[in-house]
Each structure stands twice: as structure tokens, then as C-alpha cells.
Design a protein around this ligand. Structure first.
Ligand SMILES: Nc1ncnc2c1ncn2[C@@H]1O[C@H](COP(=O)(O)OP(=O)(O)OP(=O)(O)O)[C@@H](O)[C@H]1O
Ligand SMILES: [Mg+2]
Length: 279
């Protein structure tokens, strides 16, 4: 056990395993378990190397690390988006509530594990209303108009956008500001009541005010959902995440409670990254 700034109750909750200069926290009853995951786009080269980690329910887990270290590759594997790359090879397993995700049909999996991307990407020809329920349309799921209305209002309310758009639901989604569009994209994910929301740098294309709104939203959403957030913005990770991962050259080097990882990193590479020595 390494001396870190965690209080006693946290110590009871977590067990740290330290091997080969890595420090990885063990999460009790994780909602998602990544086990010995390696991913390769080209034979002999690994974008993700032997990553194992549990994800804590109703928390925000930040994934940090320099460009090209495998953050997006890891995130995409969690809802099997990486299958879109034909030459990709994956080793290891991922479990959602103890169920191997490779056994879950991809449409169902992506409803349970939604994803929000770096650039807000509402469907350009669709209205705000249709964007929220786009997933149902694309899957060919028929639902009653009254149920659709409910889903649209609830999802837009959950992302604190309802009051801003309720009188213009039939205008195009792209008519909104960048920050509003990103909240619309989160609403589109919430329309399925997912368990987990994956976010790949969701605020890097936004201004500070829109970023602050998304950050407040994530802190609110974690009461109901589990969020995994890739971010280049270290102050963002420090501000809003509960747990943080530091990846380097495809490996998970350090994973811990955000406060202690930032104030007292175990690994030298983590410390160098956090102090801006590289990245
Ligand atoms: N579609 C692809 N085909 C081949 N190689 C890829 C592909 N996508 C990513 N890679 C490689 O895999 C490695 C990890 O890339 P990845 O995009 O996961 O990194 P990242 O940490 O998300 O970087 P960034 O912070 O720049 O977004 C890199 O070496 C990258 O060149
Ligand atoms: Mg990336």
C-alpha cells in the first residue's frame, strides 16, 4: 500500500495494487470491468496494451494522457465502436454488469452504453425533436407520439436545454449554438436511458461558458448515469471527475481517486504529465 492522500473510508473502499511501477485502484462492484484488454490496428503494434480496470457506478472517470496514447481506442472498445475498423484486433474482455459485451447485440449495447463525440454532431437535416429520438428512428423502433413527446421533454430537461428550445423543437438541430448542440447530443444519448455515457473530449470544441455548462451537467448526470470522460483538459478532470486514469503509450499507468492522483501521483510519468513536462 502506498501512502496517498485518501481518507479512511476511502481506504476501506479501495484496494490498491501496485506492480511494475503501476498503481491501479481496485473498484468494488464495478458497473463495467475491463480485463486484459489489448487492441491493435496493425499487426505487432498495440494502441491499447493489457489494460485492466473496473469502473465505479454513478461516478465520473476521467481518462487522460498525451495524444496517441490510446484513450479514444479504449473508449471506442467499450461500446464496440472500434469494430467499424476492419483490420482491428482485440484481445481480452469487457463486462457490463458481469455480462460479456461481445455477447450483447451491438444496437442494444450502444443503447446501454451511449457515446458523445468531440464535435457536436446533431443530424443536420433533422429537427431538434427528431434529433433526440433519432436512435429510435434509426433502429426502426415504433413508439407512440405521446411517448416520443415524453422522451423528448425528459431528455432535453435532463440536459437543461428544454427551456431554451421548447418553442423551437421543429427547427433544425444545427440552428443551435455549439454548446446547445453538444447538450442536444447528450440528450440524444439519454433518450435510451443508458447505464454508461462515454465522452471523447466533449468540450474541446466549446468556449469556456459552454464548457462550464457541460461540466455542471455531467456532475448532475452522474447521479443517474456512469460517465467515462476522455479529456485533455487536466483542470477539467481535477474539477469534475471522481476517479482518473493516466495512460501512456497504450498502457494504463495509474488509476486512482482524482484528488490523490493529482496531489500525490505514484508513478513518475503521471507526475511529469500533470506538471506539464510532456503531453
Ligand atoms: N483507425 C486507425 N487506424 C490505425 N491506427 C490508428 C487508428 N486510430 C488510432 N490509431 C493509432 O492508435 C494509437 C492510439 O490512438 P488514439 O486515437 O486511441 O489516441 P488518443 O489517446 O485518443 O489520442 P488523441 O489525444 O490525439 O485523441 C495511435 O498510435 C494512433 O495512430
Ligand atoms: Mg482521441
Amino acid at each position: 500500500m502506498v501512502n496517498r492522500n485518501i481518507n479512511e473510508s476511502q481506504l476501506n473502499d479501495y484496494l490498491m495494487t501496485i506492480e511494475m511501477n503501476k498503481a491501479i485502484i481496485d473498484i468494488k462492484n464495478p458497473v463495467l470491468t475491463i480485463k486484459d484488454l489489448s487492441i491493435s490496428y496493425e499487426k505487432g503494434k498495440y494502441a491499447v496494451k493489457d489494460v485492466s480496470a473496473g469502473i465505479k457506478k454513478n461516478s465520473i472517470t476521467a481518462i487522460m494522457g498525451p495524444s496517441g496514447c490510446g484513450k479514444s481506442t479504449l473508449l471506442r472498445a467499450i461500446n464496440r465502436m472500434h469494430e467499424l475498423y476492419p483490420s482491428i484486433q482485440t484481445f481480452g474482455k469487457i463486462y457490463l454488469d458481469n455480462e460479456d459485451i461481445s455477447a450483447i447485440p451491438s444496437i442494444k449495447l450502444r443503447q446501454k452504453i451511449g457515446m458523445v463525440f468531440q464535435r457536436p454532431n446533431p443530424f443536420p437535416t433533422m429537427s431538434i425533436y427528431d434529433n433526440v429520438i433519432a436512435g429510435y428512428k434509426l433502429n426502426g423502433t415504433r413508439i407512440k407520439k405521446s411517448r416520443k413527446d415524453e422522451i423528448v421533454e425528459k431528455s432535453l430537461s435532463d440536459v437543461v436545454l428544454w427551456d431554451e428550445v421548447k418553442d423551437s423543437l421543429h427547427k433544425r438541430g444545427t440552428f443551435l449554438s455549439g454548446g446547445q448542440q453538444q447538450r442536444l447530443c447528450v440528450a440524444r444519448t439519454l433518450a435510451f436511458q443508458p447505464e454508461i455515457i462515454l465522452m471523447d473530449e466533449p468540450t474541446s470544441a466549446l468556449d469556456p461558458i459552454a464548457t462550464a455548462k457541460i461540466e455542471d451537467l455531467l456532475v448532475e448526470l452522474k447521479k443517474k448515469y456512469t460517465i467515462i470522460l476522455v479529456t485533455h483538459n487536466m483542470t477539467q478532470a481535477a474539477r469534475i471527475s471522481d476517479l482518473s486514469m493516466f495512460m501512456y503509450l497504450g498502457e494504463l499507468i495509474e488509476y486512482g481517486i482524482t484528488k490523490s492522483l493529482f496531489t500525490n501521483p505514484v508513478n513518475k510519468k503521471t507526475e511529469e504529465y500533470l506538471t506539464g513536462k510532456f503531453g
